[in-house]
Design a protein around this ligand. Structure first.
Ligand code: 26Q
Length: 807
């Protein structure tokens, strides 16, 4: 195997050579996009060389393998992280310098894959980075959506969705693998027959779709491991019917082709909300079936037909219930294709599949109409029914009562619906929550009855983020300061960040830390100028809430508080406060009316302040359009305050909170999800905690006695702010524009915004004062960075491996 060197001179030569060969250009007349392509292809060459070597070794390995199935992988851009993980950053930077290239400009040219909605997809991306960096053999498996999450624009103060055409100019990082293509079958009916003394099942009159894998290398940090992210693309197995085409029926001929490929056309823009759309079910089965067919083929290549060995040699980990059809599909493959009996197949599945739950909110729990399942996947439906029959029989036996109400609650199919979470809990060997609090709620509440049966199945593994992307990559200034202060051991072992703790008292270190935060604010202001022609004053405090727009995340609490501040400023000519810019970034699901109204409200408040000179001295509101991974990378290093306001008990973990903490922002948060553990790490004096605890929320909800209007009547400041939503302050020409928000808060307030407002507002007063005390604030900020190591996804992955995968 010829190996190429990737020293500075070779890199320069490679870039110039590619520009000449692919584009017929010299560096001087190449476009920025062509330069990006030449640079990225050079980095790719380097990865490919490692990939080939790694796979040669891997082929011979008999070690256990992990298949991590997720309907979303929100990777963000790759070039920068790849250079870093190859430990070639310095060499490339030198090469760019000598070629007169600006690396920040190059990196920006990469189209950003938005193959995810939010937390769940980004977690999968952090996990594959950590898996590779810890040299654990894993394959990430997902769908190669032609259109990722929509691009958001704000027009006339409202969200407008545009298609995300990330593949338009090709994707440097992917390699199609036609050899591994397979077929996924839909529809038809099941023929049952007896053959050699056993029942056999054959699918008849089905239609099949080709699944073609596109592989992306995932290079671990400073190691030989290069894992694979496998993205399945759907295509029609038929070549276009030329006869039809020639007879002039163009659209009919093309339709057949289109019908199959629509499966991998677009990512559903829903986050923490489930809708029973047939195409979505097709997507789930499509990539799950393709993945399992491949996994089984690979298993047989390595171990023959010794299927009892399967649980020892592979784990199928499902990221939420979306790939849950892996359970009946693996049963089907083992029974129908490999000839195993039910009991053996069932034993194998129950020792091979592991499941992570990411939500306890009922509107997000996945359920499918039985009719839809039966029509689309008749054989899978049969298997689900049999799983259900056996499960219910066992339960009836256990409760000594076939009519015990707990049985319907735990059933896989009940009242015309397939309950994916019940399927996953009943048939996997491990069920985990994503923070300690969430894990406890799963045991005590969501899966309480299952927990009584098999407590040993349940665990909680707190989420994490890759400190390589979320500190080293996005905040090079702070990373350098940390290395200069405590050395670079933290890069391998992020818990060593704790060695920064003594420096929080050190005036020189504080000054450096402060300087970097300011520089990051300036950089963000430049990015904002490029993205949406706005700037922010780096002398302001940066107060940031970026995440999906959802009522339970309570962006409203933040918005109402800004109105209250506005009123204080306008009412009292002597009033002063720490100047603050409130930055919001949030996409709303296109069909989520209330979420879109909240975006309108935030932008209306922003405009109100912009047209009021006195308010502008202290307040600014910026809505960062199209919040995405790159937006996060630019903004988080500049943040002073991180807003994590979810109603306690609703946010399973949250991972944004960890990114802010690592970059030295202080959290303003409820005792929810991972906030609880941030609080535990930094101590009460380095975090702002407010609001009801999860158990109180749950009690109040159960009691059904909550009346938000009483709070409206009692709290003058809050009442005034709420009234301004409908009195023309925000929309002089159309005061009723946001009346639904007002009514919702006053008469329902499902997420207890008004209830927690007083406590939130008090905590914000403390922030205002503390920020003035520079020494105190910097100490808090440094403490946050120093204690953030535990939230590295390397720690998370180690826990998964020790507890669940055992590779
Ligand atoms: C499922 C079926 C049909 C339609 C939509 C869905 C669907 C899609 C996306 C359901 C849920 C999601 C996304 C959930 C999500 O992002 N959850 C977040 O996961 C993070 C990682 O564990 C946690 O940190 C967050 O607390 C949690 O909200």
């Amino acid at each position: 195997m010829p190996t190429t060197q990737f020293d500075k001179e070779s890199i320069k030569k490679s870039i110039l050579g590619k520009l000449q060969r692919y584009n017929g250009r010299t560096l001087a007349d190449a476009t920025p996009q062509q330069i990006y392509f030449a640079v990225a292809s050079t980095v790719r060459d380097q990865i490919m060389q490692k990939w080939v070597a790694f796979r040669e070794e891997d082929k011979k390995s008999t070690a256990k393998r992990l298949y991590y199935l997720s309907v979303e992988f929100l990777t963000g851009r790759s070039l920068h992280c790849n250079m870093l993980n190859l430990c070639s950053m310095e060499t490339y930077l030198q090469a760019f310098k000598e070629l007169g290239l600006d690396w920040r400009a190059i990196i920006k040219e990469e189209p950003e894959p938005g193959l995810g909605n939010g937390g769940l997809g980004r977690l999968a991306a952090c996990f594959i980075d950590s898996l590779a960096s810890l040299s654990l053999p894993a394959m990430g498996c997902t769908i190669r959506y032609e259109y990722g999450l929509f691009r958001q624009r704000i027009l006339e103060g409202q969200q407008v969705e545009m298609p995300d055409t990330w593949l338009e100019n090709g994707n440097v990082w992917e390699v199609p693998v036609p050899d591994d293509r397979c077929q996924v079958r839909f529809g038809g009916w099941v023929e049952e027959a007896h053959e050699n003394g056993r029942m056999v099942f054959r699918l008849r009159d089905y239609y099949s779709v080709d699944a073609i894998p596109y592989d992306m290398p995932v290079a671990g940090y400073d190691c030989q491991t290069v894992n694979t992210l496998r993205m399945w693309r759907a295509r029609s197995p038929k070549v276009m019917d030329l006869a039809t085409f020639s007879s002039g029926q163009y659209s009919k001929a093309l339709q057949e082709q289109e019908l199959a490929s629509v499966i991998s056309k677009v990512l559903y823009p829903e986050d923490n909300h489930y809708e029973g759309k047939e195409l979505r079910l097709k997507q789930h089965y499509f990539f799950t079936s393709a993945t399992l067919q491949y996994a089984l083929k690979d298993f047989k290549r390595r171990f023959g037909r010794n299927f009892r060995l399967l649980p020892e040699k592979m784990t199928v980990h499902i990221n939420d219930t979306h790939p849950g059809l892996a359970i009946p599909e693996l049963m089907r493959l083992l029974i129908d294709e490999e000839g195993l009996g039910w009991d053996e197949a069932s034993w194998i599945v129950q020792h091979t599949v592991a499941y992570t739950n990411h939500t306890v909110m009922s509107e997000a729990l996945e359920k499918w109409p039985e009719d839809m399942m039966r029509n689309l996947l008749p054989r899978i439906y049969m298997i689900l029914q049999e799983i259900n029959r056996r499960l219910c029989a066992r339960l009836a036996d256990h409760y000594h009562n076939g009519a015990d109400p707990r049985i319907a609650k735990m059933a896989v199919t009940a009242y015309g619906q397939v309950h994916m979470a019940n399927l996953c809990v009943a048939m996997s060997y491990s069920v985990n929550g994503v923070s300690q609090l969430h894990g406890n709620i799963l045991k005590k509440d969501t899966f309480r009855d299952f927990y009584h049966f098999t407590p040993e199945k349940f665990s909680a593994i707190t989420n994490g983020i890759t400190h390589r992307r979320w500190l080293m990559n996005c905040n090079p200034r702070l990373s350098r300061l940390i290395c200069d202060t405590i050395g670079d051991g933290w890069i391998r072992d992020p818990q060593l960040l704790r060695e920064l703790l003594p420096y929080r008292e050190d005036a020189a270190f504080q000054a450096e830390f402060e300087k970097i935060k300011r520089q990051n604010k300036e950089t963000f202001s430049q990015v904002l100028m490029q993205r949406q022609k706005m700037s922010v004053d780096p002398d302001f405090m940066f107060d940031v809430q970026v995440k999906r727009l959802h009522e339970y995340k309570r962006q409203l609490l933040n918005a109402l508080h800004i109105l209250v501040l506005y009123n204080r400023i306008m009412d009292d000519p002597n009033f002063t406060m720490t100047p603050r810019v409130f930055v919001f970034g949030a996409k709303a699901s296109p069909g989520y009316y209330m979420a879109k109204q909240i975006i309108r409200l935030i932008i209306a408040i922003s405009k109100l302040i912009d047209r009021t000179p006195r308010a502008k001295q202290f307040l600014r509101v910026i809505f960062l359009e199209n919040y995405d991974v790159s937006g996060a990378e630019a903004l988080i290093p500049a943040a002073d305050l991180s807003e994590q306001l979810s109603t306690a008990g609703k946010e399973a973990s949250g991972t944004g909170c960890m990114k802010f903490m690592m970059n030295g922002a202080v959290t303003m948060g409820t005792m929810d999800g991972a906030n609880v553990e941030i609080h535990e790490q930094v101590g009460p004096e380095n975090i702002y905690i407010f609001g009801m605890r999860a158990d109180t929320v749950s009690d109040l909800y159960q009691a059904g006695s909550y009346q938000p209007i009483q709070i409206f009547e009692a709290n003058t400041e809050l009442r005034r702010a709420l009234t301004q939503i409908i009195d023309g302050t925000l929309f002089p020409e159309n005061p009723a524009a946001l009346q639904d928000i007002y009514h919702n808060l006053l008469f329902s307030d499902h997420y207890f915004v008004l209830k927690d407002f007083g406590s939130y507002s008090m905590a914000q007063r403390r922030v205002d004062a503390d920020y003035q005390n520079r020494e105190k604030w910097l100490k808090m900020a440094i403490t946050n960075t120093a204690c953030s190591g535990i939230f590295s996804s390397d720690r998370t992955i180690r826990e998964y491996n020790d507890l669940i995968w055992k590779m």
